[in-house]
Ligand binder design. Sequence first.
Ligand SMILES: Nc1nc(=O)c2c([nH]1)NC[C@@H]1CN(c3ccc(C(=O)N[C@@H](CCC(=O)O)C(=O)O)cc3)C=[N+]21
Length: 284
Amino acid sequence: MIDGKAAAAAITAGIAERVAAEGVRPGLAVVLVGDDPASAVYVRNKSRTAERCGFHSVQHTLPADTSEADLLALVDTLNTDPAVHGILVQLPLPSHLDASRVIAAIDPDKDVDGLHIVNAGRLAVGDPDAIVPCTPLGAMHLIEDVRGEDLSGLRAVVVGRSRLVGLPAALLLTKRNATVTIAHSRTRDLERLCAGADILVAAIGRPEMLKGAAIKPGATVIDVGINRIDDPSAAKGTRLVGDVAFAEAAHAGAITPVPGGVGPMTIAMLMRNTLDAALKAARR
Ligand SMILES: Nc1nc(=O)c2c([nH]1)NC[C@@H]1CN(c3ccc(C(=O)N[C@@H](CCC(=O)O)C(=O)O)cc3)C=[N+]21
């Protein structure tokens, strides 16, 4: 079992120490549009961790019917605010707002989500100034803990091709010398492909889709999925599961649980990206 919660706590403790030692005050602004309860929980989590790290933390909660012009104006204010080094606009946005236009408006050097086209391009060409999306970055940390830095000779399969997770995860694995296959909903014989993977990254968003037969004995399994399903036996009537059928994965070499795996690492990497952005701004 890969303990993402413990790994994340160690990273944020290190960040808090650096903030105290180096006399920087990283600033993180989180923007939430609307009142989706799941988003509100994540956003609160992010703000709380930022405060624990000693960051300047601001949260902007806007009504669901906010106009794009008003949202762009807020982004612009945050772009020019010297106390803010990282801007995160929580996705998904209400359907009347164009997420790509909003993300494009963020200063690439404050885009701590790594979603701006400039950061995607920097990552693709190996520019060290790239801000890398937090979830794949956290996944790579967990993989490194198990397999070490160099993944030469290992086969990796990434299931999912999103800009936020699948694509950047595949690039990061390639950089570490893994032999990478990107699979998705149109892939034929997905189970057999996955069963050949030494490293399996599941970023699909379908509860427990990958069964035991999709897991090679000894494989490192990184489950990025966070799916809420009905469970009458649970106190809340629901519980969280990943994209992997965890109970069928006892033959994996190492696996991340859900919750307590990739999720907390995502938040820890958001703190890391914000600290890095603040240190870079100070140098500039
Ligand atoms: N611009 C943007 N960037 C994001 O990074 C982003 C986003 N929008 N929209 C929503 C998703 C989701 N996301 C999560 C982060 C941490 C946990 C997390 O810490 N989960 C806990 C459990 C939390 C619970 O119990 O609900 C865990 O896995 O242990 C979950 C989900 C970031 N996202």
